[in-house]
Design a protein around this ligand. Sequence first.
Ligand SMILES: N[C@@H](CCC(=O)N[C@@H](CS)C(=O)NCC(=O)O)C(=O)O
Length: 245
Amino acid sequence: MFTVSEHPAGAVNACAEAGGVAHGPALTLVSHALCPYVQRAAIILAEKGAMFDRRTVDLANKPDWFLAVSPLGKTPVLLVGEGPERTPVFESAVICEYLEDTVAPRLHPVGALERARHRSWMEFGSAILNTIAAFYNAPDDQALEARRLELASKFAQVESELINGPYFAGEPFSVVDAVFGPVFRYFDTFDRMRDFGVLAGTAKVRAWRQALSARPSVRDAVMNDYPEKLALFLKGRNSALSRWI
Ligand SMILES: N[C@@H](CCC(=O)N[C@@H](CS)C(=O)NCC(=O)O)C(=O)O
């Protein structure tokens, strides 16, 4: 079963390509409470001021209606339109591109090469999410330490890519920011366990993390009980990290 909840984002859809059509199709973001890929879509929808509904699904017990709209059985899915005309768009990167194509304002840079560079760093953000999963699933201390070092090394690479902030591209908020907001959110929970020192040598990354955590779209991309739910999930991994909770 799923629960349906309204999202606080306001305003109406505006079609960027059509030069500002007042109302676009109904949008429903099929979500999971902890999914960082869902969060990036929610952040972009909020940044664009798009109205959307959110349906939360239990991924441990996937209902048939969900499997019918999610060929890979994963969240997020963006349902565009209603009834028989409804089209499911799956894979977060594709959802981001669809929203860029259809809802103003554009968050990607205008120049093709700079846009490609942003997409590259979105991929890097996804690679960090995979390392975070390997970190919290590490079966023993040795594996945990290896993943910790891998994370520190990846954030050192991000550090050398950052300019003056507050965001990835400086002043404007971009899609890369929507990818890294959910990445940094994990560290709010990790930091409560102990100081793992993953971001110790990366002053620009730490400043970026702070700017993103203060951004309303990033803050509101999860429900209030997210920290408790994440802690419970991490505890349930029975991994080397679980004992710190
Ligand atoms: N590449 C996908 C990754 C999405 C993903 O891994 N979603 C997870 C939740 S965060 C999921 O639905 N897992 C369920 C499963 O794999 O069975 C995207 O970017 O949308």
